[in-house]
Design a protein around this ligand. Structure first.
Ligand code: RP5
Length: 184
């Protein structure tokens, strides 16, 4: 699965990987936002524990294939993001997943967050697939003017939607006040 870009960039720039297919509902949020922002990506399963050789191969070859950043999600004893970061110079964004083998999510968060000095993983919130995709787009956008413009539009869209929701909320409180005044 990959997204086509209208910037002339068609090879995947972001690699989305996850420890298990069961992580997909969270990790596809990263894919969706990359698609929306027209950032070409690839998405696959790479398990640190069940396919360690595949993990090493993926991390070793990602940069030479043109990948600029890797979004890695895993749950429980979530070693995938940290191990991939140990094998590549590319920025790695870690997504802690609250999975079936996760006690309460803290295990996933801390496994990804508490990296030793020298091997950073940019860790997003628990189940934060969407923000991971956005952060990946922002990394790619630092060297892509068209994408950086789309990111500015995206941020502007957030502002507009909050201002719209503000109107709806204020209209509710206005009608409640009117009703209260009538009942007095
Ligand atoms: C982790 O174990 C995976 O990333 C997943 O979050 C969790 C459970 O995997 P499954 O048992 O659902 O395959 O390695």
């Amino acid at each position: 699965m990959s997204a086509e870009s209208n910037t002339g960039l068609n090879t995947p720039l972001v690699g989305i990987i996850m420890g298990s297919k069961s992580d997909l509902p969270i990790m596809e949020e990263a894919a969706k936002v990359l698609e929306e922002l027209q950032v070409p990506f690839e998405i696959t399963v790479v398990s640190a524990h069940r396919t360690p050789e595949r993990m090493v191969e993926y991390a070793n070859n990602a940069a030479s294939r043109g990948i600029k950043t890797i979004v890695a999600g895993a749950g429980g004893a979530a070693h995938l993001p940290g191990m991939v970061a140990s094998l590549t110079h590319l920025p790695v964004i870690g997504v802690p997943v609250k999975s079936s083998n996760s006690i309460d999510g803290w295990d996933s968060v801390l496994s990804i967050l508490q990296m030793p000095g020298g091997v950073p993983v940019a860790t997003v919130a628990l189940n934060g697939g969407k923000n991971a995709g956005l952060l990946a787009a922002q990394i790619v956008g630092t060297s892509n003017e068209a994408l950086s413009e789309r990111l500015k539009d995206y941020k502007e869209g957030l502002k507009v939607s909050v201002l719209e929701s503000k109107k709806v909320v204020e209209a509710i409180s206005y009608s409640m006040n009117v009703r209260n005044d009538r009942e007095k």
